[in-house]
Design a protein around this ligand. Structure first.
Ligand code: AMP
Length: 408
């Protein structure tokens, strides 16, 4: 079904055509008509479903009813990266409209953000802390807000933003349209939704397992001390074209990135200790293909929207199984498939068991040169059948010993 059938105006359709999008994703299809009709929305969807366009498009369309150049739309997002990406979406989808937007987040000087707002903007995308700062200084007023979006609400609460969010909500006009997005709906999140929304339409798409099923997943049993060597061997393979590697800690992210760089694999790392400039540069390098490998921690990677990630590699397994789902979802944007490799050492065997329970899938074991029976059979592991091939093909990874094809 093309976008015309959900009654988007021509300038938006033209912008979508420029992006190369031909049809709405399920969340867009289910939510845009009601949002255009002015209803509040509770969207249960994770990144990768097209949820950003699901709120940006109808807000832009509703805003075209008048052009007063006051701050009428506010989007709150948990991280600076996500806020910047949502700002980019307003720019891309609104390229044939006359609205101005500003992105507000902490960790950088406030001067340019204040200047942007004081020149007059229609839309602000912000992380809660800095927005509240600027509100308290009288630099941003929410009195004319007509459209309010809370994105990734579950993550906002995980990150401890609830008080800031409540303070911001208290300053919003009563008469407004509110849109609420969250990947999961634990009680605290649904309480916040009820506080915020009036008679919302509830739209739920792609339960996590659906996304997970699109991704080919393999586990490599390997001792911790062999992980770097295994990683390097994997990265020599040509079909690993754009690789996002996850570690649990910032320190490990740095170590892995410098190990790879010292072996001629161009790699950047992003995590909370890096300056905003360094993070932006690393993301740009990765998006443009200048670096093929990016090492990230979970918080830093949250909401990163990069197409065509061929492989996600869990250098370390996360201790919360939901994080695994978020991580591997990076390689299956908007319905495309991808591949996820997970390195599992003996002390991570329980994490693997929890992940397999959550996704209700036994992850296929990939044989390799550094295979560790110790890791595979570590105590605490659930009884596991011998490695079975999910797709009936024999696949085994044999390391190359030739030149790296990578990062040259
Ligand atoms: P999101 O869930 O908002 O992070 O979006 C995931 C990815 O899907 C982004 O790279 C979008 O640019 C892309 N996308 C959004 N809408 C569509 C669409 N209708 N068709 C194809 N890709 C889309």
């Amino acid at each position: 079904m093309p976008f015309r059938q959900i009654n988007l105006i021509e300038p938006l359709q033209r912008a979508l055509a420029r992006q190369g999008y031909t049809a709405p994703t399920p969340i867009q299809l289910k939510s845009i008509p009601d949002t255009l009709a002015g209803k509040d929305l509770m969207g249960i969807a994770q990144t990768g479903t097209g949820k950003t366009a699901a709120f940006v498009l109808p807000i832009l369309q509703r805003m075209t009813e008048k052009y007063p150049r006051v701050l009428r739309a506010l989007v709150l997002a948990p991280t600076r990266e996500l806020a910047a990406q949502i700002g980019d979406s307003f720019a891309a989808y609104g390229q044939f409209l006359r609205f101005k937007h500003a992105v507000i987040f902490g960790g950088v000087g406030q001067g340019p953000q204040v200047n942007a707002v004081s020149r007059g903007v229609d839309i602000v995308v912000a992380t809660p802390g800095r927005l509240l700062d600027l509100m308290n200084q009288g630099k941003v007023s929410l009195k004319d807000i007509e459209f309010f979006v809370l994105d990734e609400a579950d993550r906002m609460l995980d990150m401890g933003f609830i008080q800031d969010i409540n303070k911001i909500i208290a300053k919003l006009p009563q008469k407004r349209q509110s849109l609420f997005f969250s990947a999961t709906m634990p009680p605290q999140v649904s309480q916040l939704a009820h506080q915020l929304l009036r008679n919302p339409v509830r739209v739920e798409v792609a339960p996590q397992a659906t996304t997970v099923e699109l991704i080919k997943q393999y586990v490599f049993f390997v001792d911790s001390y062999s992980k770097e060597k295994l990683l390097l061997e994997l990265l020599l393979q040509k079909h690993l074209t754009r690789v996002l590697i996850f570690t649990r800690t910032k320190h490990r992210a740095n170590k892995v990135a410098s190990y790879l760089s010292s072996h001629n694999v161009k790699t950047d790392a992003i995590h909370g200790n890096k300056s905003q400039g360094a993070r932006t540069q690393a993301l740009q390098n990765f998006k443009s293909g200048r670096t093929k490998v990016l090492v990230a921690t979970d918080i830093a990677a949250r909401g990163i929207d990069i197409d065509d990630i061929s492989h996600v590699i869990n250098f370390e397994l996360p201790n919360e199984p939901e994080i695994y789902v978020h991580r591997i979802g990076r390689t299956a944007r908007a319905g495309a498939g991808g591949t996820a490799y997970s390195f599992c050492a003996a002390d991570e065997r329980n994490f693997l068991r929890d992940i397999e329970r959550l996704i209700r899938l036994k992850i296929e074991v990939m044989p390799h040169a550094y295979h560790s029976n110790n890791a595979q059979n570590a105590a605490g592991a659930a009884a596991r059948p011998p490695p079975k091939n999910q797709r009936g093909r024999s696949r085994s990874f044999r390391p190359h010993h030739g030149k790296s094809h990578f990062g040259r």
